[in-house]
Structures are given as structure tokens and as C-alpha cells.
Design a protein around this ligand. Structure first.
Ligand code: ZN
Ligand code: ZN
Length: 256
């Protein structure tokens, strides 16, 4: 499995992009900067988009991607709450056409919305996807994605502090996790359902206790303003737990 990170930050700027990564060039996970980081021919290769939840930094790239690829029908998978956000706020017929419906100038709707339920696995473009409930906004999902040759990753999406109830359901080789704030902002992190290095540490310790192994960990969704601080704190956590914890950069590729 080849994972390419297109966007790994919580805030957009000239040097930072919103959350989005690709699996084997065909599956897009979240869509913060999906269209802006790919050529048109790279966009054509994408078979499906999975969305963890409906916050702007994760869905921002969907309308422009669909607008660019109107000649075909892209499947977008998410919880019903997240799909509702797309149809009521993005494809509402005002700021963008209602892409879920046939238009006079298109033979078929350019987007097909597919609803995901927690704990109901399904096959998406040859990958086994297990959606799990995440403590963030209503309808948030994390995904364990398994390739045909049985390589597994788990993506938390934006996540509140308590992930340990999920660990018994998954066995990824790579864990992609949200760490947004440094430790001194733990209250803000908790109130906005994000992790900081301290709460990550607690969850990883639990992972090791429950599963008996350490997966490789890659962090995304960092707030650029606190990135240096977070990096220092994560180094310590990595040393203390003896976990390999990396912080993804835009454009970086991981192989599982
Ligand atoms: Zn969010
Ligand atoms: Zn977010």
C-alpha cells in the first residue's frame, strides 16, 4: 500500500495544506486540498473518496474535484450525517450545482453518495474498509483500510481523547492520527475533540497494552503555529514509549 499525503495541516497557507491523503493513487481519504494538489490526469485515476467527517478542512476539495471530473461519476463514502452536510451546504444548487442530480447538460450525476455505518465493513475499489465511530462531531468515522495483500492502516480522522475502545477492533501496521495542539493547550484540545502529545501517549500506551505490539504512527492535522512545539513533545513521547512516531509532511509517501 502506498500512502501519499497531500495535506497534513489544520490551517491552510502558502506552505500548508488541509488534510487529505491518497492510497495507491486511487482512493482519496478526506479531501481538504484534494483537487489543488493533483494534476487533472492524477485526478482521473481516483475511484472513490472517503470522508471522515463534515468539517470544512476535510471536505473543502470535494466540490472542485467533482467540478473538474463531471464527465464521470465519483463515489463519495461517509456517514449519513457527513453526506447531509455536503448536500445541504456544498452541492446545494446555490454555490455549486446539485451534483447528486442529473442536469440538462450531464448524462449522469457526477457524484454518487454512499452512506457508511460504524462497524459495517464494505469493499471499496478492492479495499476492505471498516468504519468505526470517532468522538469528534456527530457522524465522525475512522477507517481501517485493508489492501488485497492484507496490509492494514487505520486513520482516526479528527479525534477526541478516548480511542482505546477502538483498539480491540483493529490491527493496523500504520496508524494515522490527529494531533492538533501542544500539551499546554490540552483543555482546548479536549474541548474541540482533538489530541495533543499527552493524550496521544495515553492512547498509544493503551494500544500496546490491548494489542501487544507497536504500529508505526504518523501524525497529521497539526496546527502550523504550534508545529515546532508539537514536534519537540512528540520526540519525547516516542522515546518514552519506544514507538516510532513520525509527523507527515505535504507530499511525503509511506509504504505499508
Ligand atoms: Zn473536525
Ligand atoms: Zn479537521
Amino acid at each position: 500500500m502506498r500512502i501519499k499525503f497531500l495535506g497534513v495541516h489544520h490551517e491552510e497557507s502558502k506552505n500548508t495544506r488541509l488534510v487529505c491523503f491518497l492510497i495507491d493513487n486511487i482512493l482519496a481519504i478526506d479531501a481538504g486540498n484534494l483537487a489543488s494538489e493533483l494534476t487533472f490526469s492524477e485526478q482521473e485515476k481516483i475511484k472513490a473518496i472517503l470522508l471522515s467527517h463534515g468539517h470544512y478542512d476535510h471536505i473543502r476539495g470535494v466540490p472542485s474535484f467533482i467540478f473538474n471530473n463531471q464527465g464521470r461519476s465519483t463515489k463519495v463514502y461517509a456517514s449519513k450525517q457527513t453526506l447531509k452536510i455536503l448536500t445541504s451546504h456544498l452541492f446545494d444548487g446555490v454555490i455549486y450545482p446539485k451534483f447528486t442530480e442529473k442536469t440538462p447538460f450531464l448524462k449522469k450525476p457526477p457524484i454518487q453518495l454512499k452512506s457508511l455505518k460504524p462497524f459495517s465493513p464494505l469493499n471499496i475499489s478492492g479495499y476492505h474498509v471498516l468504519p468505526l465511530p470517532i468522538n469528534h462531531i456527530n457522524g465522525s468515522l475512522g477507517f481501517e483500510i485493508t489492501s488485497k495483500n492484507n496490509k492494514k492502516i487505520f486513520y482516526t480522522g479528527d479525534s477526541g481523547a478516548n480511542l482505546s475502545s477502538l483498539w480491540e477492533h483493529i490491527s493496523p501496521a500504520l496508524l494515522i492520527v490527529d494531533v492538533t495542539f501542544p500539551n499546554r493547550m490540552i483543555t482546548i484540545a479536549k474541548n474541540s475533540s482533538h489530541l495533543c502529545p499527552k493524550t496521544l501517549k495515553k492512547n498509544l500506551r493503551e494500544f500496546h497494552r490491548i494489542k501487544g505490539y507497536c504500529p508505526e504512527v504518523v501524525l497529521i492535522h497539526l496546527s502550523p503555529k504550534y508545529e515546532n512545539e508539537i514536534r519537540k513533545e512528540i520526540k519525547k513521547v516516542s522515546k518514552e514509549l519506544r514507538f516510532s512516531i513520525g509527523i507527515a509532511c505535504e507530499g511525503e509517501i509511506f509504504h505499508v
